[in-house]
Design a protein around this ligand. Sequence first.
Ligand code: ADP
Ligand code: MG
Length: 242
Amino acid sequence: MAQNGTSVSIQDLSLSFGVISVLHTLNLDVAEGEFVVLLGPSGCGKSTLLNCIAGLLDISEGRIFIKGKNVTWEEPKDRGIGMVFQSYALYPQMTVERNLSFGLRVAGVPKDEIAKRIARAAEILQIEPLLQRKPSALSGGQRQRVAIGRALVRDVDVFLFDEPLSNLDAKLRAELRVEIKLLHRKLQNTMIYVTHDQIEAMTLADRIAVMKGGVIQQLDAPQTIYNRPVNRFVAGFLGSPA
Ligand code: ADP
Ligand code: MG
């Protein structure tokens, strides 16, 4: 749950791809420790917004703050964020252990510290028996656990998830949904989680930002959105039948 202070602050953010405007003067404050879900139909700009926070896109206008620091022009690696994608993005030629340690080695983290962090992440995510395997020898759910582990070992303040469960079957999706919720309880870090799945949004979020056409239509607790949608779009997408 939200504790104190603002973790991620997005101020008047606009982004265009060429002449096509995708995000329109968007504002969003996420509290420290809060779990915010960005929910909306395909193409509404969820991934674009997440990629802006991660520093993977140059924004057209606006500013992004993380823990009070203006990171608008900071490199992704300097933003204190960890990102988990839909498609795992693991290195196929490396073992799970190598996948987990690679970024830390590059960053010059000492060996014993790396070992400590991998042991902790492996325990939390229950992937200890998998450490010497290659990604090709893992199931989809196991791969996604490793992908989460890669963010976990970096000891970041903010986790960004882009539809991390949408490649999994319904049973695994339900399982990992519970695990992500438990992970958040345990770590108490800030999580911004993109999905088009209403159940994920309702069960995971402290607050849901419902997006349409590059604009946040409503930002509220799940129950508030469900019971008191601000417009027909939100009602149709998530609200109780009017
Ligand atoms: P979502 O994640 O909500 O499905 P995206 O953020 O991926 O939506 O995309 C928002 C809009 O921006 C879509 O219309 C998409 O086609 C467009 N878009 C996304 N990435 C690019 C890009 N690299 N170049 C041009 N248009 C893009
Ligand atoms: Mg997307």
